[in-house]
Ligand binder design. Structure first.
Ligand code: ADP
Ligand code: ADP
Length: 226
């Protein structure tokens, strides 16, 4: 686990579009932050800067005790969960979970333990030897989360992970993520445009507008009627 500290972070895309400006947030160890705001307000850009998938034009991003501006995504000790599952179709669930760890030279016994832990947490033990195509949408989404969990990262970054699911499954998965959050207490940044997800999951909400912070506070603070 780690804190994530954004200090006056900004992004100007090649071509001159300012997508994010002057964003400062102190995210505590184990805190679950949800980024909300209208389409185009900069949520995804901000998350991708923390992940290292976009360069940081201004300010600094600190994960734990390191400034990560110039650190490769693979070395940032974070794991992303995307809406498209990004599972390898030709590999079993077990292989999907183990693949990244194997590439990183994680010892076999450690891989087996992490895969077993993630499978238990996500209740996908019975499906470990299936291929992704033999899974339901919800099961695939769990495997995608499993690929993040086995990394045992300091932080999770969620980019609208539930937006491809049907309404019923969204409810189920939202509650599962809530449960996961309770058990793992891993520092998280979660992007969504779904108010219910934001209300349920957030320790604190960050409302972005035009790339800047409009409001920051608990769900009650932010959604309380005036
Ligand atoms: P959100 O995730 O809140 O919908 P984005 O971070 O995707 O917002 O986009 C913020 C702003 O940056 C928008 O004006 C968008 O058009 C612009 N933008 C996003 N990606 C790029 C890119 N690769 N190049 C140029 N502009 C971009
Ligand atoms: P895998 O794609 O199975 O993780 P690698 O570990 O070789 O295989 O990852 C390739 C690249 O993708 C690395 O930069 C790695 O950090 C990144 N990557 C893979 N999965 C994730 C994830 N869930 N979150 C963040 N980065 C990831």
């Amino acid at each position: 686990m780690a804190s994530i500290i954004l200090d006056k972070v900004g992004k100007i895309y090649a071509g001159g579009t300012r997508a994010v400006g002057d964003v400062s947030i102190d995210i505590r160890d184990g805190e679950f932050i949800v980024l909300v705001g209208p389409s185009g307000c900069g949520k995804s850009t901000l998350l991708r800067m923390v992940a290292g998938l976009e360069s940081i034009s201004e300010g600094t991003v600190r994960i734990g005790d390191r400034v990560v501006n110039d650190i490769e995504p693979a070395d940032r000790d974070i794991a992303m969960v995307f809406q498209n599952y990004a599972l390898y179709p030709h590999m079993s669930v077990r292989q999907n979970l183990a693949y990244g760890l194997k590439n990183r030279g994680t010892p076999r016994a450690d891989i087996d333990r992490r895969v077993a832990d993630a499978a238990a947490i996500l209740q996908i033990g019975p499906y470990l030897d299936r291929k992704p195509r033999a899974l339901s949408g919800g099961q695939r989404q769990r495997v995608a989360m499993g690929r993040a969990i086995v990394r045992e990262p300091a932080a999770f970054l969620f980019d609208e992970p539930l937006s491809n699911l049907d309404a019923k499954l969204r409810v189920t998965m939202r509650l599962e993520i809530k449960d996961l959050q309770r058990r793992l207490r891993t520092t998280s940044i979660y992007v969504t445009h779904d108010q219910l997800e934001a209300m349920t999951l957030a320790d604190r909400l960050v409302v972005l507008n035009g790339g800047r912070i409009e409001q920051i506070g608990t769900p009650l603070d932010v959604y309380r009627r005036p």
